[in-house]
Design a protein around this ligand. Structure first.
Ligand code: SAH
Length: 202
């Protein structure tokens, strides 16, 4: 058992994260799917991320198995972790709210799918994945354990690297030039303020 105050803060933040997800999952449940790219690879990536975001922290908090990988750090880093978690939860909530019924856990498009380009989607295409990275960073700063703390950031990096090209291909196939133009003027997880230069053949 390894329950430090920062671990409890992480557990509280994770409870809020799961509550946000449950609310929007319930809202999106009724939307009928038109396109699904929910294959085994995509589901495995979600399971991997979940195991690192929830499974490993639970093992750290409830068993002594990962104690050898724990370390101490300046208290300012722990406070920074709490601040990053609050920002991550805000972004996670806003990206769900802006996507509304267009959101799905796996790669899918609903029958009345609309391309969202406003709110937190205005300058970045992947604010929800950006919130995963921020959650991962807060996990590292709050759990101060080389395994349970840092594994989520690694898993989110793998998820982002593998899933995003498939997601963008699906969006391009459905929204064509509208999504192409959206890609030109936005960044992936970091905001873009100046549109990407377009190449011309002349
Ligand atoms: N990559 C986005 C969304 C993650 S949820 C983010 O990080 O914020 C994944 C689902 O969201 C995809 O299956 C796709 O259907 C939908 N989606 C992604 N970007 C979208 C957009 N700009 N507008 C509408 N739906 C989008």
């Amino acid at each position: 058992m390894n329950l430090q105050p920062s671990h409890l803060a992480f557990a509280a933040g994770t409870a809020v994260y799961l509550a946000i997800r449950a609310v929007f999952q319930h809202r999106a449940a009724s939307s009928r799917k038109a396109v699904s790219r929910a294959d085994t690879r995509d589901r495995l990536l979600i399971v991997l991320a979940g195991a690192c975001q929830i499974g490993l922290p639970l093992i750290l908090m409830l068993t002594p198995w990962l104690d050898a990988a724990s370390y101490t750090q300046p208290v300012a880093l722990t406070w920074a972790g709490a601040l990053v978690m609050v920002c991550a939860l805000w972004l996670f909530w806003r990206s769900h709210a802006d996507l509304g019924t267009n959101w799905s856990v796996t790669l899918e498009l609903s029958q009345n799918h609309r391309l969202i380009t406003q709110g937190v989607y205005r300058r970045i295409r992947h604010p929800m994945y950006a919130s995963f990275f921020a959650m991962g960073l807060s996990q590292a700063l709050l759990l101060n354990n080389w395994i349970a703390g840092w594994a989520a950031l690694l898993a989110v990096g793998v998820l982002y690297g593998i899933r995003t090209p498939h997601e963008e291909r699906m969006m391009l196939e459905s929204f064509g030039d509208e999504y192409r133009a959206y890609m030109q003027r936005t960044g992936g997880i970091l905001p873009r303020f100046v549109p990407r230069a377009t190449t011309t053949n002349s």
